[in-house]
Design a binder for this molecule. Structure first.
Ligand code: 8DG
Ligand code: MN
Ligand code: MN
Length: 384
């Protein structure tokens, strides 16, 4: 039986996956403040505190009205004491001294700078901070050791931290589509991640690749990457297993024991985009794509973006689509809801009933929501 839409009863549902969270909402000043606190908590190594602030921000994004007084939040779930205190400050004074102090702090600013280098997490960043490092130049001066991914992240720091626009994401999808069409006709390339949720820009491009007949997609990724690389589109790439899986999950979800390249389902790459002057957003779709093709052969990188390429067999496609569309907050609660409320394990490979010990197949995202007894939430409503 499908769940009742809670919002019709004037209540706000406790799980993010039971709520509709639009991209544009009525409480940005408040959610920005809470998200800074969430980030700061993460920087200090407190995941739990970070999650609490993040959940409080998410619930405010789902409210179809602007919060004016703290009393209005009386029946709204997921707002802890600390969040409430900050919201009260914001509502009464128009700003929160605590949030401002964080925003200005040297530690917060430095941690933000360092964690924006791809592959640098909180642990390494705070180590550097403790050693007295403060700028990207400091990293070079101290000849800090970095792995290949981090080096690429640092080398292209400015470009990679410049948001990717929708038209660029679409042009990249089109390039990948054309390459794949040569190797495996009928294969599909779907733009997922934030762009599928209606965001006009993002930090990367998430592409999901599949083929309607199961098994055809095997071994596709290395071939695609090698062609893209040969054509000069890639500044960097590395293959990964689909993460998010614990070792025991791995046995459950990933069949076939081959550990060859064929088994890598994901490739993280930096795509070369050409210079901004040659690829103006005003141009038509074909012109843009042409500019992209033409400029990509230039020797000097002018602009680039992270591209996440993921391959999925068709039977897992709806699960991968749901898993890679995000947002991260939405995904986290979807999995938490499945486990806690339905005794099911959900990931981007499938849905498993822990008590009945069966996999629940699905031909669409809608069917996955049905299995979970949840009302369907459109991608545009998953911006938690
Ligand atoms: P943005 O890039 O526009 O800033 O936002 P986004 O598209 O929502 O964020 P993202 O970091 O690109 O993540 C998109 C979704 O992909 C997110 O819901 C989580 C999911 N995801 C990863 N890494 C992995 C992974 O290794 N395995 C699986 N299954 N999902 C992943 O980001
Ligand atoms: Mn993304
Ligand atoms: Mn991504």
């Amino acid at each position: 039986t499908p769940a009742e839409p809670l919002e019709e009863k004037g209540q706000v549902a406790p799980y993010i996956c039971q709520r509709r969270t639009p991209l544009l909402h009525h409480n940005s000043a408040l959610t920005d403040a809470l998200e800074i606190m969430a980030e700061e908590a993460k920087f200090s190594g407190s995941e739990v505190r970070s999650l609490a602030f993040s959940r409080a921000a998410s619930v405010l994004k789902a409210l179809p009205w602007k919060v004016e007084r703290i009393q209005q939040l009386h029946t709204v779930p997921c707002i802890g004491e600390h969040s409430r205190r900050i919201l009260q400050e914001m509502l009464e004074d128009g700003m929160s001294a605590e949030v401002e102090k964080v925003r200005q702090s040297e530690r917060y600013r430095t941690m933000k700078l360092f964690t924006k280098i791809f592959g640098i997490g909180v642990k390494i960043a705070s180590q550097w901070y403790q050693e007295g490092l403060r700028t990207l130049t400091d990293l070079q001066l101290h000849q800090i050791k970095l792995n290949k991914e981090q080096q690429a992240g640092l080398l292209h720091y400015e470009d990679l931290n410049t948001p990717v626009e929708l038209w660029e994401a679409e042009a990249i999808s089109q390039v990948v589509r054309q390459v794949i069409e040569q190797i495996l006709p009928g294969a599909t390339v779907t733009l997922t991640g934030g762009f599928r949720r209606g965001k006009p820009c993002g930090h990367d491009v998430d592409l999901l690749i599949s083929h309607p007949s199961e098994g055809e997609e095997m071994g596709l990724l290395p071939k695609v990457i090698s062609i893209l690389d040969r054509q000069g589109f890639l500044l960097y790439h590395s293959f990964h297993r689909s993460s998010f899986l614990s070792l025991e999950d791995e046995e459950l979800w990933v069949s076939g024991g081959s550990s060859t390249m064929d088994h890598f389902e994901r490739c993280l790459s930096i795509f070369h985009l050409g210079d901004p002057a040659g690829s103006r957003p005003g141009a038509t779709g074909v012109q843009k794509l042409g500019a992209l093709w033409g400029l990509a052969r230039r020797p000097v990188p002018e602009s680039c973006a992270w591209v996440d390429l993921v391959v999925t067999p068709s039977s897992q496609f709806p699960f991968a689509l749901l898993g890679w569309t995000g947002s991260r907050n939405f995904e986290r609660d979807l999995r938490r809801f499945s486990k806690r409320e339905k005794k099911m394990t959900l990931n981007s490979h499938g849905l498993y009933h822990l008590e009945q010990k069966i996999f629940l197949p699905a031909a669409s995202e809608e069917e996955i929501f049905q299995h979970l007894g949840l009302e369907y939430i459109l991608p545009e409503e998953r911006n938690a």
